[in-house]
Ligand binder design. Structure first.
Ligand code: NDP
Length: 329
């Protein structure tokens, strides 16, 4: 029994090479549930794991793919039976464990969630970790008091995966969305997802000069970090919150504490990898309800396993628009 997989191998000189190969099923890692994968997707982390690994991959040869959706083939865990549709995001699958860039995956039952009603396995991967994380960020902002009447919500890195889904969800929920992008050519795309205005990246690129600027944003979902996040903190309205999701623009935070002390601004950390099961179910059910499928389908482009090395390099340069859905078969 063999299956197709995208395998990353490491040479003695430390360079890595990714290629599509046929593997024996006996090479699958240990786990309770074997899944016939339908689709996977592409996130920033996948870009790292498709190349040199960015310190995330433990051993080679490696099968990347931090997300997958498919059908249970065999299960030794009572929660899942053959034929069940399942989704996996996070838990370091595709980094420390073999992931979804393959026709088969074997994982712990604890890491899976049932495919939410109303979504296909393709929709679930159009969402993927990027979309799941966007919903966790929306939920965190709501839990801290965000409502559509509070004012405009800023989304940074808006044309990327996290930003695209965040824009579509917020607009659908009735928020006025301001989308920050460094790619002016994505304006029509972002407005199509529901953004009411575009903020050019340069406007927020300069480092903080004044710790407080005028109170502009009622909330923010930030995929960029770095100098941009620092600037945004000083522009938040009184007691507003920023959900910090990503570091596409840098891991440093060259900010002052003044927005926290004088405006009661909240900085909320969002982690998708180790989210508890109940919150995962809540986020997936909200995605099925609050992310319009026509908008989701507008942000998707199809890909195959052999497209991934090139796409992985592109996402690391901020050059991917929207969400890739990878048909692994
Ligand atoms: P993408 O590459 O799809 O999107 C990132 C976007 O950020 C780009 O499209 C670009 O948007 C913008 N960007 C890129 N480089 C820069 C830069 N130097 N300065 C300012 N903006 C920049 O990645 P994802 O959406 O998949 O992920 C976004 C971030 O979120 C990543 O850092 C990722 O690691 C993180 N992440 C975190 C998760 C968590 O659990 N906390 C889960 C998922 C992702 P534009 O072209 O519109 O300017």
């Amino acid at each position: 029994m063999t299956f197709k997989a995208l395998v990353v191998e490491k040479a003695e000189d430390g360079s890595t090479q990714a290629s599509v190969q046929m593997l024996e099923e006996s090479r699958l890692p240990d786990g309770d549930v074997t899944v016939a994968v339908d689709y996977s997707t592409l996130n920033y982390k996948d870009g790292l794991c498709l190349g040199s690994g960015g310190g995330l991959v433990r051993t080679y040869p490696h099968v990347p793919g931090i997300d997958f959706a498919g059908t249970v083939e065999t299960s030794s865990d009572a929660r899942y039976k053959p034929g069940d549709k399942v989704v996996l995001t996070g838990w370091r699958v595709g980094e420390a464990w073999w992931g979804g860039y393959a026709q088969k995956a074997r994982v712990k039952a604890d890491w899976l969630v049932p495919l939410p009603e109303g979504l296909t396995t393709r929709d679930a991967m159009a969402i993927g970790t990027a979309g799941f994380t966007s919903m966790l960020a929306v939920m965190a902002l709501e839990d801290h008091g965000l409502k559509p009447d509070n004012g405009p919500v800023l989304v940074t890195g808006a044309a990327g995966g996290v930003g695209s889904v965040a824009t579509a969800i917020l607009a659908h929920l009735g928020y006025e969305v301001a989308a920050v992008t460094g790619r002016p050519e994505t304006e029509d795309y972002l407005k199509g997802l529901g953004a009411s205005r575009i903020v050019p990246r340069e406007e927020l690129a300069e480092t903080v000069k004044r710790p407080l600027e005028s109170e502009t944003w009622a909330g923010c979902i930030d995929a960029v970090g770095g100098a941009m996040l620092a600037r945004v903190l000083g522009q938040m309205k009184y007691r507003a919150s920023v959900a910090a999701v990503g570091l596409a623009g840098g891991a440093a935070l060259p900010a002052t504490v003044v927005p926290f002390l004088l405006r009661g601004v909240n900085l909320l950390g969002i982690d998708s990898v180790l989210q508890p099961y109940d919150n995962r179910l809540r986020a997936w059910s909200r995605l099925a309800q609050d992310l319009p499928l026509d908008k989701l389908r507008d942000m998707v482009f199809p890909a195959t396993l052999s497209d991934l090395p090139e796409l992985g390099a592109a996402i690391l340069k901020g050059g991917v628009k929207g969400r890739a859905v990878v048909d692994v078969n």
